[in-house]
Design a binder for this molecule. Structure first.
Ligand code: AHM
Ligand code: MG
Length: 336
């Protein structure tokens, strides 16, 4: 007789999705879990490259800039091509949009078999790659619109964030963690290197209602709107009751901390980036979906991120995201 717990009870991300589909969407075809397994496979390959970064030739710049004028790192390209390769043959992905690609990749003419659109930032926090600081992958999943002809690619892509059917991220850090939502709470998995699978570590994650951490690149203070400057003065005053600052410079990692510990992350518009820096479709939208599903909130200072109607593929947006009362506090000082 084996001792109790000799065979650990484990739930992988695939099992989790299939179980939830069975109980909550008994008519589901399973094709969505097939799609998500493409993403988990890709992120496991990326995690492997990240872990061995100093040993294999993946560090440093690729020697060119992307459509947004940013330096492209070798690992950016590896991550981008890995995700494209892992999703490209899934059969149900019609279009892929990546931070690293100027244009959308049309995998298949949109037909019933290819109804998903996957938008992603393959490796977020590029500036941290070479120095062993946490980086991540962010993804957003939409479905093609029923009311639009198949060939009108941009109309299928430029949907507001509330239309997302799923979103998630992976943070490559002291451990590799994945969080995803399909609109039914936020669930977290840790990559178990011994078996190469993401195992459930937290189900139904909730973001604290408040949290005394603010996360902003204060070096840009003189370029921030006056309201944000006033907030920064308040946050350091005795009146605020005391806050601490944390800024990693990788959105995924800063968001992951905010999700678990509470607080607020803010990237406001600046004089040099009047529309903000972060991208709406594959950075702000998926994280806003996760934040809301965990009980937090996300705005651009003016409106809910998920309500924004996108006008361009690589559109930028200001972002204030985190615990409800901390986001509301910033709004007391800054109303653009
Ligand atoms: P990237 O997607 O090219 O890596 O850029 C986005 C990153 C975010 O991860 C991070 O929050 C932000 O840029 C940091 O910007 P800054 O260095 O201006 O503070
Ligand atoms: Mg990014």
């Amino acid at each position: 007789m084996l001792p109790k717990n000799a065979v650990p009870r484990l739930q992988t991300v695939q099992q989790h999705i299939l179980d939830r589909q069975r109980t909550q969407h008994p008519d589901a075809t399973g094709e969505f879990s097939w799609l998500l397994s493409g993403i988990t496979l890709a992120t496991k390959i990326i995690a492997d490259h990240v872990r061995r970064a100093g040993l294999i030739d993946v560090l440093g710049t690729a020697g060119h800039t992307n459509v947004q004028g940013e330096q492209v790192e070798k690992l950016d390209i590896i991550a981008n091509e890995t995700i494209a390769a892992c999703l490209g043959y899934r059969g149900n992905v019609g279009i892929m949009v990546s931070e690293e690609d100027d244009e959308p990749r049309i995998i298949k003419d949109l037909d019933d078999q290819a109804r998903y659109i996957v938008l992603f930032d393959p490796l977020d926090g590029s500036s941290n790659i070479d120095v062993n600081v946490s980086i991540g992958t962010i993804f957003s999943i939409l479905q093609r619109r029923e009311d639009v002809a198949a060939g009108r690619v941009m109309d299928h892509i430029l949907q507001p964030g509330y239309q997302q059917v799923a979103a998630g991220y992976v943070v490559y850090s002291s451990s590799t963690v994945m969080a995803y939502t399909t609109g039914d709470g936020v669930h977290m998995f840790t990559l178990d290197p011994a078996i190469g699978a993401f195992r459930l570590s937290r189900e139904g994650v909730t973001m604290p209602e408040s949290g005394r951490i603010y996360s902003m690149n204060e070096a840009y203070r003189r370029k921030f709107p006056d309201g944000i400057k006033r907030y920064l003065d308040w946050v350091k005053s005795e009146e605020s009751g005391g806050y601490t600052a944390r800024y990693i410079g990788s959105l995924v990692a800063d968001f992951h901390r905010t999700l678990l510990k509470g607080g607020v992350f803010c990237y406001p518009p600046t004089v040099s980036a009047p529309r903000g820096k972060l991208r709406l479709l594959y950075e702000a939208n998926p994280l806003a979906f996760i934040a809301e599903q965990a009980g937090g909130t996300a705005t651009d200072g003016r409106e809910r991120i998920l309500d924004k109607i996108p006008a361009a593929l690589h559109q930028r947006t200001p972002l204030v995201i985190g615990s409800k009362s901390e986001v509301a506090k910033i709004a007391e000082f800054w109303q653009p």
